[in-house]
Write a protein that binds this ligand. Structure first.
Ligand SMILES: [Zn+2]
Length: 360
C-alpha cells in the first residue's frame, strides 16, 4: 500500500485504539546491547539486527507504531560519550530500521513509522542559549526523521513545559501528525512550575494532535492525571506508563524502595535504574490499566520503561484487539498442575492446593 493510501494516525485513533510500544532503552539494555547508566542507543549502529528483532517482537505483540529508537540519541548525549560524529549515522540507522519494520507488517496494514525526540536534559528555563541549543537538536533530528520517511513524530518524556512546547513547535513545522507526552517528576508539577493539566491544555492549544503522558509513572500514579487530561482536552490523549508499582509516596520510579525481601541491594543510591525488577507490575495490572484508560476515551495506549512484548500484547488484547502474538496467549487449561484438561492426573493436580508441600 502506498504511503498516500496508508491510514493516518488520526483516522486510526478516530476508529479505535492505537498501540505504541515504547521502553526500548530498558529492554535493549536487558537484552545485553546497551550500557545502563550511560543509556545511549548505539545499538542501531553496532547491533542493528538486535534492534530490528525488538521492533519485530513488538510488532508481533500488536504495536501499530514503530518508533525509531533515537531516545538519548541527540547531539548533547553524543557529546557526553565523545561520539558526536556518529550522531547522524545513528539517527539515520535507527530510522531506517524502524521504516523497514513498519513497511513489512506481519498482517494487515503497514505500521506507522515514528521519528522520536525527547527530553534533552540540558533545558534551562533561565538560559535562552541552552533553549536555542535544544531547539537546534530537535530540528536536526526531526529533519532526519522526515527525510527517512517518518509517518508521524513523537516528542516524549518532557518534564519542562517549555521544552515540550519547543519540541511541539519543531515537530509541527514538518506538517506531520505530532504526538507529545510529558513525564513530570515526583513533585507532580512540571519543573518550570506549570501544572500537569495546564501543560497538556497548552500543548493542545499549540496544535498537538495527540497529547498525554509517558514514562516515569506507573499505572496508579499516572491514571489520576490521565483522567483529568481526558476530561479537559478535545484531542486524542496518550497514556504510556512505566511497568513498575509506583505509589502516592513514590509517584515515579526514581526512588522506589524495594520492600520485597531484597537481600542484595543495588550498589546505587536507588533501585532505579538497575534493580527495579521486583517492583514490576504483572500483566493483568497492565491489562486492567489499558482497559480502563480505553473506556475513558484514551485511544493511544502503550507501555514505556519496563515494556516487553508480552505486556504490549496484554495492552492490545485488553482493548479488544487480536494480534499475531494472540496465538500464544495463555492456555492455562493445559498446564500440568493448574489445568482442567482431563488428561492431567488428579494426584498431580493436588499440588495446586498443597503448593509443593507433601505432608499437608
Ligand atoms: Zn520510559
Amino acid at each position: 500500500m502506498s504511503k498516500e493510501n496508508k491510514k493516518g494516525l488520526i483516522d486510526r485513533l478516530n476508529s479505535g485504539p492505537v498501540i505504541c510500544a515504547e521502553g526500548f532503552l530498558f529492554e535493549i539494555e536487558k537484552r545485553g546491547y546497551m550500557s545502563s547508566g550511560e543509556f545511549v542507543p548505539m545499538v542501531s549502529l553496532e547491533h542493528p539486527e538486535a534492534l530490528e528483532n525488538l521492533h519485530r517482537d513488538f510488532q508481533h505483540a500488536g504495536s501499530d507504531i514503530v518508533q525509531a529508537f533515537t531516545y538519548n540519541g541527540h547531539r548533547e548525549k553524543m557529546r557526553v560519550i565523545g561520539k558526536e560524529e556518529l550522531l547522524e549515522p545513528l539517527n539515520r540507522a535507527a530510522l531506517k530500521i524502524a521504516k523497514k519494520v513498519a513497511t513489512s507488517p506481519l498482517v494487515g496494514e503497514e505500521n506507522l513509522m515514528a521519528g522520536n525526540i525527547s527530553n534533552s536534559n540540558i533545558w534551562n528555563q533561565n538560559d535562552k542559549k541552552a533553549q536555542l541549543e535544544v531547539e537546534k537538536m530537535f530540528r536536526e533530528m526531526v529533519t532526519w526523521a522526515v527525510e527517512e520517511g517518518a509517518d508521524i513524530l513523537i516528542g516524549e518524556t518532557f518534564y519542562y513545559a517549555e521544552e515540550a512546547y519547543t519540541a511541539l513547535k519543531v515537530m509541527k513545522e514538518t506538517g506531520l501528525p505530532s504526538v507529545i507526552t510529558i513525564a513530570p517528576y515526583g513533585q507532580n508539577i512540571m519543573r518550570d512550575e506549570v501544572s500537569i493539566l495546564d501543560t497538556c491544555k497548552e500543548l493542545e492549544q499549540r496544535g498537538g494532535d495527540v497529547v498525554g503522558m509517558n514514562c516515569h509513572r506507573g499505572i496508579n500514579t499516572m491514571m489520576p492525571y490521565l483522567k483529568e487530561i481526558r476530561k479537559a482536552l478535545k484531542c486524542h490523549v496518550a497514556g504510556l506508563p512505566i511497568t513498575y508499582r509506583t505509589t502516592e509516596n513514590h509517584p515515579t520510579f526514581f526512588n522506589l524502595p524495594d520492600n520485597n525481601g531484597c537481600f542484595c541491594h543495588s550498589p546505587h543510591e536507588t533501585t532505579f535504574p538497575t534493580a527495579l525488577d521486583p517492583m514490576q507490575c504483572n500483566r493483568y495490572e497492565i491489562g486492567q490499566f489499558a482497559k480502563e484508560a480505553y473506556s475513558l476515551g484514551i485511544n493511544y495506549l502503550g507501555v514505556c520503561c519496563g515494556a516487553n512484548p508480552m505486556l504490549i500484547r496484554e495492552v492490545a488484547e485488553a482493548v479488544g484487539l487480536t494480534v499475531p502474538a494472540s496465538k500464544y496467549r495463555e492456555k492455562m487449561d493445559n498446564h500440568y498442575m493448574f489445568g482442567k484438561n482431563k488428561r492431567i492426573p488428579e494426584h498431580i493436580k493436588d499440588y495446586r492446593t498443597s503448593l509443593g508441600v507433601w505432608d499437608t
